[in-house]
Ligand binder design. Sequence first.
Ligand SMILES: [Mg+2]
Length: 347
Amino acid sequence: MKKMGELALIERIRRQGVRAGISSHGLRSLVLGVGDDCAILRPPKGHEVLVTTDFSLEGRHFRRDWHPAESVGHRALARGLSDLAAMGAKPLAVFLSLALPAEMLATREGRRWVDGFFRGLRSLAGEHQVPLAGGDTAESPDGLVLADIVLMGSAPAGRALRRSGAKVGDVLYVTGELGGSAAELAAMRRKGIPTHRDKAARNGALGRVARPQLFPQPRVEVGMALLRRRLATACIDLSDGLSTDLRHLCEESGVGAEVIASALPLHTLALEAGATRALDFSLHGGEDYELLFAAPVSVRMPRTVVGVRITRIGTVTPGASISMLGEDGRRRPLRPGGWEHFAAKRP
Ligand SMILES: [Mg+2]
């Protein structure tokens, strides 16, 4: 293993300063990071530790010819951060296991890709003040980039937001806009994916808001605010699509739901594809990484939480059925059509 430059890679990762841009406040829970056999974390007093893991596999979760390296690094971290957001947790530390094809470390272009990956990851980590506290590297056997992210977070004991707390009569809300990620992916496909020459995509910073597929923004601050302000009875992040994730929330809570189609906040990119496709993207597209949550009718929900728009989209109903009230006034079952990751459908 060492012969293909594992140590060199670790050194390269260290040199890039994965803790750079993380304030002493962000490092407070990290007693010991990269360099020893284990990291040591000290969660804030009275808090519980939350852990989530996510694979980012080339060909399944991203394509190197579609997603620029910065986007791959960003998305790998965003998925884990979104899971913490769904439970109202504060991120403590991230761990990354990365398998790279041997040829990647042997060529300048390959090394540039690795640098780009870390640039994307580090920039999002800096935004959320979460240090990279350890990980592992290995040579990938099939010429594919494989990343596994572990995120640790903390929440006040007994207060983490769960999927299981929704009650009949609760109101359903979502953050931000829906369907943008799938719409951007569809546009990328149609245009033949010029992302590698797309400076805005490569630099990230410029185009973030308009790049929900390449640079999704996990709602960490919103999740923490929902917990702190006791605004939600149940919460889940929208990774697979509203139709699928709503079902997860309902199953865990033992309730049904009715969604009002005309209430869904559709992303501008989705709307550009026409009303029907926009609705489809928002219901089944996935990878929006917004939050779906329930709250009692008695809660006066603000229009925005930490600057992010909150939209009422339906109600929690008795039973187990999940339906949608269409713009034509007809009620239909809302079947889960969330995606099983775009690569499965690739041409
Ligand atoms: Mg999730």
